[in-house]
Structure formats: structure tokens, C-alpha cells
Design a protein around this ligand. Structure first.
Ligand code: ATP
Ligand code: MG
Length: 378
């Protein structure tokens, strides 16, 4: 019999494969019910998208709530945002394209839609709006509230990769506009989430920004070793193998509890564990090597984009220097000119998403990149 892996990565997890996050779910659900907006921030692949989806799944029976999902990953301009936003809202309230078209006529009367339908009724419908006048944008931004009122529902708008709006032409003016509309919506709350902690925190935690204190800010944490251990041990047992506590802890810690990597690593480790046998250190070593190997081409390309100074700073980090980067002795050891160079390099590395800074602590965004780098730098 071919074994199937219980470990899922690279896609949204839900139900049985969704581990813990009980507290975060409770808070999100409480906020959704109360009409309070939530801002959810974490580095990449820690589980934001899965968490917000899980919240909506668990609230399926609460029929007074409507969830609208939009991923801003590929939305690059303000005009594209309005179009995508309108479409996502129409989709959330109407399943058929006839229904959606009716809503456009009823609620977006000022806009002339260009609608095209694919022959296949299940295929996505496409609507193009020409958002030319400021009034058009205003109508779309208020659409959520109008729909909620019309249907007597409470609406929860979930905007993924929200930090992407920083790439628009005039992000500040755009944010002001969003805020001025959305803060008047009595029936709508938002879940705004994204990676790039740095950008997200600027958007929401700086008093000069329009979204300052827009909602409750949650910094997603890592899943605890204990929760992982339970899941991994059970999964190994269900696959006819075993996973001793010490090896499981080792597995989780080698990945620094990075959500997606723990899944990926466990997946490889299970593959290398023979039926009826336990997980061992040497299996973990082998799986780790493979994990690094899988991504070496990608890591190589990341590495090539780094300056000499940035590499020296990463070396400091690998050596476990969590502070004191700028002490004279350290500067000398790592061949760095001045503390200003280090500070600049840290900022650049954060911008490139190579490191993550929380308070005074600095860590690699990608723990496997750190493992790879250790090998490369020797
Ligand atoms: N609660 C969870 N339990 C178990 N595994 C999880 C959980 N949440 C996420 N994962 C794992 O992490 C991976 C990434 O999850 P997800 O896409 O939700 O993260 P994300 O933070 O939205 O990532 P990105 O920054 O790329 O948008 C999943 O494919 C899965 O392997
Ligand atoms: Mg995501």
C-alpha cells in the first residue's frame, strides 16, 4: 500500500490538519460577531491565510454573517483594486452571474459595467468597470455597507496581502480614502492581513497613517512545540511508524517552529522512516539535507542579490550575535566599516524579507535559508 502523507504544506490547511490557534480563532470570531476589525500580521508562511479561512469555516452556521475574501497579491493598482473589490463583494452575496448583474444595476448605477461571461456557467464571470470619476470609486467603497444593509447581514471583508497597497501610486491618499469610507460602515468589519511585518506595522501602528488603530492588531505567534508534538506523533502512529518525543522536539526546533517548514520537514522525515520503525536523528539529518537541497537553486538566487556587507551581517546573525552588532570589536571581526553600515544593511535585509525584526530581536525569515547559508559560508 502506498503511504499517504498526513503533512500538508503549500496550501491552505483546515479541519483535522489545522493545528491549535484556538485563541486566535476565538478572538477573530469574537471580533467578527462584534463588528470589530482585526489586523493580523506574521512573517511569510506562518499560517495567516489558513487561520482566516478556518475562522470563516467555523462560523458557517452563523447565517447572519457573510464573508468576503479578496487576495491583493496580484492587485497592483488602485483601479485594479476597485474592480477586484467590487467583484469579490458581488461574489460573496450572489452565486449566480444573473444575480450579480442585478446587484450591479441596483447598487452601482453610476458605473457602466462591461460584462462578459464564459460559456461555462461555473467559470468566473468577468466584469470590467471603468472607474474614471472619484464618484465611481466612492460607490464601490461603499458597496459592502449597502449590500449588508440590503440583505440585513453583517459583512466581514477579509483582505489578504493587504501590505500590497503600499505599491500603489499614491498609497497615502488611497488609505485616507479607504478609511474615510470604511469607518462609517456600521454593518461591515474587516480582517486585514499580510506578511512583511515591517510594512504592515507601518500601516497600522504609526499615528501618522490613516489606518492607525483601525482595529485590533494581532501578531500571530508560532505554534507551540507541544501542539506540534501531539500532531506529529499521532500522524506517525497512524502511518504505522513511531516518533519518540525527543526526535519530534528536534524536528520542530530545527525548523524553529516555522509553520510551513515543520509540515514540510515532517513530511520528508516520515517518508524516510521505515514501516514499524521509529523516527531517528539520522533520519532527521537526511531529511534536513534533502530539504536544503530542494531549495538550493532558489537560495542561490537570493544570495546573489545580497551585498558583501549584508552577507557579513548575516554571518553575525548565524554566529548568534543578537545584539552588539555595532560594537567596535564585532565590527572589526566581521570586516564592517561602521555601525551605520550595519544599521543600513539590517534595514535592507528586512526590506528584502530575509530577516524579521521584532523589537531588538532579529531572526531569519526563512530558517532553512539560514541552514543553507551556514553550509555555504562554512
Ligand atoms: N494551523 C495550522 N496547522 C498546521 N499547519 C499549518 C497551520 N497554518 C498553516 N500551516 C502550514 O503552513 C503553510 C502556510 O500556511 P498559510 O498559507 O496559511 O500561511 P500564510 O501566513 O498565509 O503564508 P503567506 O505569507 O505565504 O501568505 C500551510 O500550507 C501549512 O503547511
Ligand atoms: Mg497567506
Amino acid at each position: 500500500m502506498v503511504m499517504e502523507s498526513p503533512f500538508v504544506f503549500g496550501q491552505i490547511v483546515s479541519g483535522e490538519g489545522f493545528i491549535n490557534r484556538t485563541e486566535e480563532l476565538q478572538r477573530l470570531m469574537y471580533n467578527a460577531r462584534s463588528g470589530v476589525s482585526t489586523i493580523l500580521i506574521s512573517p511569510r508562511r506562518w499560517g495567516k491565510t489558513s487561520l482566516v479561512r478556518e475562522m470563516a469555516l467555523r462560523m458557517e452556521s452563523e447565517t447572519n454573517l457573510v464573508f468576503c475574501f479578496l487576495d491583493l497579491f496580484a492587485v497592483q493598482t488602485e483601479a485594479a483594486f476597485y474592480e477586484a473589490y467590487a467583484k469579490a463583494l458581488l461574489k460573496a452575496f450572489e452565486h449566480s452571474w444573473e444575480g450579480r448583474l442585478r446587484l450591479v444595476k441596483e447598487l452601482l448605477s453610476g458605473l457602466v459595467p462591461l460584462v462578459s461571461f464564459k460559456a461555462d456557467p461555473n467559470a468566473d464571470f468577468s466584469i470590467k468597470f471603468k472607474v474614471e470619476k472619484p464618484k465611481d470609486a466612492d460607490e464601490i467603497l461603499d458597496l459592502g455597507q449597502k449590500l449588508a444593509l440590503q440583505r440585513k447581514k453583517r459583512l466581514v471583508v477579509c483582505l489578504d496581502e493587504f501590505q500590497n497597497i503600499e505599491q500603489f501610486d499614491d498609497p497615502l491618499a488611497f488609505q485616507k480614502r479607504l478609511r474615510s469610507h470604511w469607518q462609517k460602515h456600521t454593518e461591515v468589519s474587516f480582517v486585514l492581513y499580510g506578511s512583511k511585518r515591517h510594512t504592515m506595522q507601518q500601516l497600522f501602528a504609526q499615528s501618522s497613517h490613516p489606518f492607525f488603530r483601525f482595529g485590533e492588531l494581532i501578531l500571530l505567534e508560532k505554534i507551540s512545540v507541544d501542539h506540534w508534538a501531539l500532531f506529529i506523533q499521532r500522524s506517525f502512529e497512524q502511518s504505522g511508524r513511531s516518533a519518540p518525543a525527543e526526535e519530534v522536539r528536534d524536528l520542530v526546533e530545527r525548523m524553529e517552529r516555522h509553520t510551513q517548514y515543520v509540515q514540510h520537514f515532517a513530511h520528508l522525515a516520515l517518508f524516510h522512516t521505515p514501516e514499524g520503525a521509529p523516527l531517528t536523528k539520522s533520519i532527521l539529518d537526511r531529511a534536513e539535507e534533502q530539504l536544503i537541497q530542494h531549495q538550493s537553486a532558489y537560495f542561490q538566487s537570493v544570495f546573489q542579490q545580497l551585498s558583501k556587507t549584508q552577507i557579513a551581517v548575516l554571518r553575525m546573525l548565524l554566529d548568534g550575535l543578537q545584539s552588539e552588532y555595532t560594537s567596535a570589536a564585532n565590527l572589526k571581526t566581521y570586516g564592517l566599516n561602521s555601525s551605520a553600515t550595519v544599521i543600513k544593511a539590517l534595514a535592507a535585509l528586512e526590506n528584502k524579507d530575509v530577516i524579521d525584526r521584532l523589537g531588538a530581536g532579529v531572526s531569519f525569515t526563512d530558517p532553512v535559508f539560514a541552514l543553507w547559508l551556514r553550509v555555504v559560508l562554512g
